[in-house]
Ligand binder design. Structure first.
Ligand code: KG4
Ligand code: ZN
Length: 335
């Protein structure tokens, strides 16, 4: 079967086609980075308007690239939450209406479930149960996955998400937006021995995270070294990145020990961080799975794939279009 996936939950418009036999056959993306860059972060209303501009041409382009037409589609999947409500409305309305017009089923997809399943698109599926480390701009969670749709949250961030902490720290260091990749790039030239930043909440039991104290520590360090030289900026970026990576590693190790589960899937935008990948690969006593770099950040491919997995379970969206800004992954069921 051929399923189209549409993603518009934040600042990326993504459209992809997943064929249950051939796999991913088209994946097109428009990033709004330039649109939001001068504001230093995503402006929701601008995001919605840009999705409206891009969604029709991108849909045509995805079909064109795969050499398919609308008539070939068997189902359409779209992100229904969590995310920016206006941005979600654009994709959901477009996709649900298109499916209605084509008289084919629609599937409403949970954005974080789609991230979680993204490493399975091209890699081999780890055996169930597995642990998932979800690290994106809005979420930091450790989840035990017992089946698709059966998620137990083992721990999560009590304040900022890991990606959010990267973005805010990059802003403090005047590295621009989006912060995560910019900070990681800057950290390449940093001296790892110069500063040692705290590893928050690693000295007490449990699997929750907190990154706001680390942000404050970074702010204080920046203030104490004014004016920052290029080297100071790189050294601070490196210390921050090392602290986040180490914290995530320590909690993953604890989750593996606590559950006795030996496969860990890492997903979401921050899973594109090369230092994090390298540390988990070398220092975690478990098999680590992650998606190719372009499938870590937001994209239509993961929505098409999650939509297909959900379709297989019998999931179908009704005609009502009800996006959700907030939606805990633990509320999902196995359809
Ligand atoms: O999953 P995603 O694309 O969107 C959300 O669902 O939030 O994640 C975006 C987040 C941003 O905070 C971004 O700075 C971060 O992922 N990110 C990174 C890297 N690439 C993206 N953080 C650290 N290192 C990276 N290489
Ligand atoms: Zn995302």
């Amino acid at each position: 079967m051929l399923i189209m996936g549409l993603e518009t939950s934040c600042d990326e418009t993504g459209v992809a086609l997943y064929d249950s036999e051939a796999g991913l056959i088209a994946n097109v993306l428009h990033s709004q980075v330039e649109l939001h860059a001068r504001f230093g972060g995503v402006v929701p209303e601008l995001a919605s308007r840009d999705h409206i501009r891009k969604i029709t041409p991108l849909t045509r382009e995805a079909l064109h690239r795969a050499g398919r037409t609308m008539a070939d589609l068997d189902a359409i999947a779209y992100t229904i939450g969590p995310g920016l409500i206006g941005a979600l409305l654009v994709g959901a309305t477009f996709a649900r209406s298109l499916a209605f017009g084509l008289k084919i089923p629609a599937v409403a997809v949970h954005h974080m479930e789609a991230h979680l399943l993204a490493p399975l698109i091209s890699g081999s599926a780890p055996p169930l149960p597995f642990i998932a480390l979800l690290v994106s701009g809005g979420h930091t969670q450790l989840v035990r996955v017992d089946a698709i749709g059966k998620y137990a949250v083992l721990g999560e961030s009590l304040d900022d998400a890991a990606g959010e902490a990267f973005d805010k720290t990059a802003k403090m260091l005047e590295l621009g937006y989006p912060g995560g990749p910019k900070l990681a790039q800057c950290a390449e030239n940093g001296d790892p021995a110069r500063f040692h930043f705290p590893r928050p909440m690693t000295d007490r039991p449990g699997l929750d995270f907190s990154f706001s104290g680390l942000k404050t520590y970074t702010r204080t360090t920046i203030a104490a070294h004014q004016p920052l030289s290029q080297q100071d900026t790189a050294d601070i970026a490196r210390a921050f990145e090392d602290a986040v990576v180490d914290t995530l590693l320590i909690k993953c190790r604890r989750a593996v020990q606590q559950t006795g589960v030996n496969d860990l899937v890492m997903a979401g935008g921050v899973s594109a961080n090369l230092r994090l990948r390298a540390r988990l690969d070398s220092d975690l006593d478990a098999r680590v799975h992650y998606a190719p770099l372009d499938l870590c950040t937001d994209n239509g491919a993961m929505i098409a794939y999650a939509g297909w997995r959900r379709f297989e379970l019998g999931d179908r969206a009704g005609l009502a279009i009800t996006p959700r800004a907030r939606w805990p992954i633990s509320d999902l069921t196995s359809a």
